[in-house]
Design a protein around this ligand. Structure first.
Ligand SMILES: Cc1ncc(COP(=O)(O)O)c(C=O)c1O
Length: 395
């Protein structure tokens, strides 16, 4: 299939293979019903890039799946991608591979904080951060985002207070931020890094959504100042942007010599950095050959966002869109409907028929909101918005 034949409008039947997002038993246990429009899992309903599918097919056709050597061309392709697309230059030999971004985060939390230390997060934020922090025996420390007329902003005054506590040793940044879709501005990133650096707080930047930006461009934290990369570790992955969650494949980029050596040692100790033939093939085809496909995805998402914006303004009073810069996860503001957390969750399921992520999953700062995944064919999105419009009218 050539790039010209890509058509994201054509629905793919994802129930032909085991798919978490569409899994009836899981939805039944999470939402109490299985007949819902599934928008809760953060993956896309689109087929992967043609070059990725071809690379995987070629690898399967070979039929022998033994060990392969570490492939320098993959690290070179990843470094070239970030240099060309995002203006961030890093050494290819400073990439460490992990199966998943959650593994990267868990390793970094373990290595760069101590038992009982505080790890700062900026809610409303991706709920797995909290789970990882608690599972590691660290404390969750909050630096909540503030919602103003121009969208969410970081609260640097409050951050100054929490970093002053010596027991808080790490901050996890989400850039672009799941669930609000903000690609943080270079100015915000510089201030954040300066505050953390001056107080001895190391930053883990989860930038898994960085390639999905269609508004303000994504700025890698490690690129904001000459010494920025010395004070942070960056978690990268093609799984969101190239829709490869089931293939897996993630990276940590760490430029500080001492911390890189410690991380490398950890890798050797637990033998986790070995490459997997399918993820290597898929990642190489993604970063080397699939830039056009990704541009089309971003275009399609931009149009889906416009459709949502338009429908809300025209037809769904009381529900607003928090304007995103990127990601396929939209943050809907339902506060004007006057429902509490339980009522909103039940309204979305029972009245609107939508399996989404109610805002309180992202911290109490998310109450009154919900996260809805729009990476689906437009025809499905239109139908879901219509269900929502009807449910709001009937309130
Ligand atoms: C910000 C963020 N980090 C990490 C992950 C999980 O990535 P992985 O499946 O590679 O562990 C997600 C998935 O939604 C995410 O949104």
């Amino acid at each position: 299939m050539s790039a010209n034949e890509i058509d994201f409008d054509i629905p793919v039947d994802r129930t032909e293979v085991p798919t978490l997002k569409f899994d009836g038993d899981t939805m039944q246990s999470l939402f109490g019903r299985a007949d819902l429009w599934p928008s809760w899992v953060a993956d896309m309903d689109f087929r992967a890039a043609p070059a990725v599918i071809e690379a995987l097919q070629r690898r399967v056709d070979h039929g022998v799946f033994g060990y392969e050597p570490t492939r320098g061309e993959l690290a070179a392709a990843i470094a070239a991608w970030y240099a060309d697309r995002h203006g961030w230059h890093f050494r290819a030999d400073r990439i460490l591979y992990t199966p998943r971004t959650l593994n990267s985060l868990a390793v970094l939390i373990d290595l760069f904080s101590g038992e009982g230390d505080g790890v700062i997060v900026q809610p409303p934020v991706f709920y797995d951060f909290k789970l990882l922090i608690r599972a590691a025996g660290r404390r969750l420390v909050k630096n909540p985002l503030v919602l103003g007329d121009g969208g969410y902003e970081m609260d640097f005054d409050q951050l100054e207070q929490v970093v002053a506590d010596q027991r808080n040793s790490l901050l996890i940044l989400c850039n672009p931020h799941n669930p609000i879709g903000r690609a943080w501005h270079e100015r915000d990133l510089s201030i954040l890094l300066e505050i953390c650096r001056d107080n001895g707080v190391f930053v883990i930047a989860d930038e898994i959504h960085g390639d999905l930006c269609y508004g303000r461009r994504y700025t890698p934290l490690a690129s904001v100042a000459a010494d920025a990369a010395q004070h942070c570790a960056t978690c990268l992955s093609p799984v969101k942007s190239f829709n490869l969650a089931g293939v897996a494949g993630s990276m940590i980029v760490l430029e500080d010599d001492d911390r890189f050596a410690r991380c490398r040692h950890w890798y050797d100790r637990f033998e986790i950095g070995k490459n997997f033939v399918f993820s290597t093939a898929a990642m190489l085809a993604a970063y080397r050959d699939s830039a056009d496909w990704l541009d089309r995805v971003n275009d399609y998402l931009r149009q889906n966002v416009a459709l949502v914006r338009d429908k809300l303004v025209r037809d769904i009073p009381g529900v607003r869109l928090v304007e995103p810069d990127g990601t396929f996860l939209l943050w809907f503001d339902f506060r004007e409907l006057g429902l509490d957390a339980d009522q909103l969750a039940s309204f979305l399921v029972r009245d609107a028929g939508i399996a989404s992520n109610p805002g309180h999953w992202f911290g109490r700062e998310g109450v009154g909101f919900a996260r809805i995944n729009i990476a689906c064919p437009r025809v499905r999105l239109v139908a879901a918005l219509e269900q929502l419009a009807k449910a709001v009218r009937a309130l």
